[in-house]
Ligand binder design. Structure first.
Ligand code: C2E
Ligand code: MG
Ligand code: MG
Ligand code: MG
Length: 283
């Protein structure tokens, strides 16, 4: 098991808050170099079908290991990437890395899906469609196995434009997922207007279902809604066996979380096997 999360960010804590702004600026200046230097890479977190006990796919999660600063959390540098206008560039890089990894997995006989996070800020114009199309062509990865997770849906500027772009993307053969559902205003209007195939319930809810009846009721209704609409529902952030069992009881079949697997390096992913004792089915 992983891994890179283990020796995580010591150096970041040393940066005092008054230096934050300066630090952010130098971070922005370093992003392009870091991509060139290979300091930015992906890890892959398994998404498990807990009923069948199989690996259905992985989510590519970007990592930045700066030789001087250590690991920089994605939430931190993604925000900087947005500010610096480099989000499109980072996304192209991650897509290419992930599709290459997906292709390799398929070659090795592991035909699983590959999920890539796409910031909603890129749904403002059609350029993202060209980027995805070109990446699929260049890598030879089968579009039917690609899932684009739309994050930060609250930042969708114009729903109609976003819906049109997602429709074009789906026409390439891939699937669309709404990430962090329940937080960040992925509201019912968003759900109603956007074409998508999967909902990912945010960790905020999943993490609490073993302790809070309220969280359990809310999560259960999100699962029921998705199941009724024939949309794949994925719970993210399941950290223990009890949470897995409750997810099983409320009919949430697909799960990601530390209880099942941490994000893995590609090398570790190639060796990964779902262990039957890890899944909730039958318990
Ligand atoms: P996300 O897409 O919702 O990804 C799930 C996050 O939850 C990941 O954090 C993952 O490592 C973490 N996680 C998964 N299972 C558990 C668990 O059981 N317990 C806990 N405590 N955490 C768990 P990570 O990798 O730090 O990524 C944070 C966010 O950064 C992602 O949230 C996503 O919004 C964003 N992100 C990551 N990679 C990319 C990328 O390539 N592009 C864009 N636009 N955003 C990305
Ligand atoms: Mg995601
Ligand atoms: Mg999420
Ligand atoms: Mg999240």
């Amino acid at each position: 098991e992983e891994t890179s999360e283990a020796h995580r960010p010591i150096k970041i804590a040393e940066v005092g808050s008054r230096h934050d702004e300066l630090w952010d600026i130098s971070l922005r200046a370093r992003i392009d170099d870091a991509m060139q230097a290979g300091e930015i890479f992906c890890v892959y977190q398994p998404k498990i079908d807990t009923v069948a006990g199989t690996l259905t796919g992985v989510e590519a999660l970007v990592r930045w290991h700066d030789p001087e600063r250590g690991f920089i959390p994605p939430m931190k540098f993604i925000a900087q990437c947005e500010k610096a206008g480099r989000m499109e560039h980072l996304t192209r890089y991650v897509l290419q890395t992930a599709c290459n990894a997906g292709r390799l997995l398929h070659f090795r006989g592991t035909a699983i899906s590959m999920s890539v996070n796409i910031s909603a800020t890129l749904l403002g114009d059609m350029r993202i469609v060209g980027i995805v199309r070109n990446t699929l062509q260049a890598t030879g990865f089968d579009a039917r196995y690609l899932i684009l997770e739309i994050t930060e849906t609250s930042r969708i500027g114009d729903l109609e434009t976003a819906a049109a772009i997602l429709t074009e993307l789906k026409a390439l053969g891939l699937r669309i997922s709404i990430d962090d559902f329940g937080v960040g205003s992925a509201n019912f209007e968003t759900l109603f207007e956007l074409p998508f195939d999967e909902l990912k319930i945010d960790r905020l809810f999943v993490d609490s279902i073993s302790r809070s009846a309220k969280a359990r009721a809310i999560t259960s209704s999100m699962v029921a809604m998705g199941n009724a609409a024939r949309i794949t529902v994925v719970a993210e952030g399941a950290e223990d066996a009890k949470t897995l069992q409750i997810l099983n009881e409320i009919g949430c079949r697909y799960v990601q979380g530390y209880a099942l697997a941490r994000p893995l390096s590609l090398t570790n992913l190639l060796e990964y096997k779902v262990s039957s004792k890890e899944v909730a089915s039958g318990t």
